[in-house]
Design a protein around this ligand. Structure first.
Ligand code: IMP
Length: 422
């Protein structure tokens, strides 16, 4: 029997590419949907049967009764937030406990990790990362320090292990002079969340996944955040704390590199970024405000204004390279419908030096643009490529040529019908 494959669906810039919209196109093709990195810092908005859900830790195959969903070992999980997210789905009629397996190797985000996240940000002063405050950095640091608590710890002597780690964090917070916090209520919910989580299959998900592949089943690895927020390949130190790139699929799920099939890279027809850090294409003028307003670019987790700019081909080329992207998916094309000129950043420039490849230090670089004519036509009602105005066809062709990768899906509006598969 042919072995199954793991296809990856990845945000390839700064996250928030609108992946939630295309997952219902993708999930029916797979037997298993798995998250491999990140945690509740993600917020995937999914509209299913007319109801809006924001998935943070739970894979989007959860809406499809026949699918197995996996939270892999590369993820970090906050039991209280997980419980809230899962209960909302349960009350909407979705059965979770038989279809959602959680890796025993995934790490637990403690309430004190969230306090530490805030304390570290305060200590950084003007160099704040602008984190989501969900305790992501401290939890992954703890994992790397080999002192973390894993989901499998829930099964034995948990309370004792929890108290010991919490006491260590309290001491760290005293050392940081960050003592004005109260987690009593949060901790109650968190412990309730631990109990609730223990009702789920807590398993060796890497073994389950490899067995599924052996049986010829196909797996969708659902990314979170984006390549430019990857701990190794993003704009360090203004990044998240996990490997969001395709390599993270292998480590975060325990699947071998030769099981990877298609790598779908999702990007928007323009760029956004939440939080601090270099963003050479950022627009500080009314064009940036207009993109934000038309594109509803406000953070799904924190509600913050997203920083907006034109599409960044330097970042996209780099992301295509490190992920091995085989197909591109362009979201939110319609947001640019009314612009007379569309710009594309083709290089960065600093102190008379120009580069078309991603520099080590992205701080202080200015974008160099090429201008293309806008299509100034409403794309949102179009249902086939044949209807597209020539200027939009030219924009798509320009991107494909520059990026040397086909764009196989184009989104022209928020509704699932506004998706053109080529
Ligand atoms: P953390 O992941 O909460 O530590 O945040 C680190 C950086 O990544 C901050 O700039 C966040 O705004 C950003 N970030 C984390 N998760 C997401 C996401 O899902 N979408 C967009 N940005 C994110």
């Amino acid at each position: 029997m042919n072995k199954g494959k793991v296809d990856a669906l990845l945000g390839i810039v700064f996250g928030d590419e609108g992946k939630g919209k295309v997952v219902d196109y993708f999930t029916p093709k797979y037997d298993v949907v798995a998250r491999f990195a990140g945690g509740p810092n993600a917020g995937h908005t999914i509209i299913f049967e007319g109801k809006k859900f924001v998935l943070r830790s739970i894979p989007s195959g959860i809406f499809d009764e026949g699918k197995l969903n996996i939270i892999g070992n590369g993820c970090v999980i906050a039991p209280d937030l997980f419980m809230a997210e899962a209960k909302e789905l349960e009350s909407a009629g979705y059965d979770l406990k038989s279809r959602l397996h959680i890796s025993k190797r995934a790490h637990l985000i403690l309430p004190t990790h969230r306090v530490l996240d805030r304390a570290f940000e305060v200590a950084k002063g003007k160099n704040k990362v602008g984190t989501t405050g969900k305790g992501i950095g401290p939890t992954y640091s703890e994992k790397a320090s080999r002192t973390g608590l894993r989901v499998g710890d829930i099964l034995e002597n948990f309370e004792q292990k929890y108290r010991a780690l919490k006491a260590k964090h309290e001491q760290q917070l005293i050392d940081l002079h960050y003592t004005d916090y109260n987690i009593d209520e949060e901790e109650k919910l968190w412990l309730e969340g631990i109990k609730y989580m223990s009702e789920f299959p807590l398993t060796d998900t890497e073994i389950e996944l490899n067995e599924a592949l052996r049986q010829g089943k196909n797996v969708l690895a659902e990314g979170a955040q984006g390549t430019m927020l990857d701990i190794d390949h993003g704009t360090y130190p203004f990044v998240s704390s996990s490997n969001t790139v395709c390599g993270g699929v292998c480590t975060g799920l325990g699947v071998a590199p030769n099981t990877i099939g298609e790598v779908y890279g999702i990007f928007k027809a323009y760029s956004t970024r939440v939080g601090s850090g270099p963003f050479p294409v950022e627009l500080f003028d009314e064009t940036g405000d207009k993109i934000r307003e038309i594109g509803h670019e406000y953070g799904a987790v924190t509600g913050r204004n997203r920083r907006c700019g034109w599409v960044d081909l330097v970042a996209l080329k780099y992301a295509i390279m490190v992920n091995g992207v085989t197909q591109l998916i362009m979201m939110k094309s319609d947001v640019l419908d009314t612009f007379a000129t569309i710009r594309a950043c083709v290089a960065y420039e600093k102190d008379g030096v120009t580069t078309e490849t991603m520099p080590y230090d992205t701080e202080g670089w200015q974008a160099v643009y090429e201008d293309l004519p806008g299509w100034q036509t409403d794309l949102t009602k179009m249902t086939s490529e044949a209807e597209f105005p020539q200027a939009f066809k030219d924009y798509v062709k320009y991107l494909e040529d520059r990026l040397e990768t086909p764009i196989t899906i184009l989104s022209v509006g928020p509704d699932r019908a506004q998706t053109i598969v080529r």
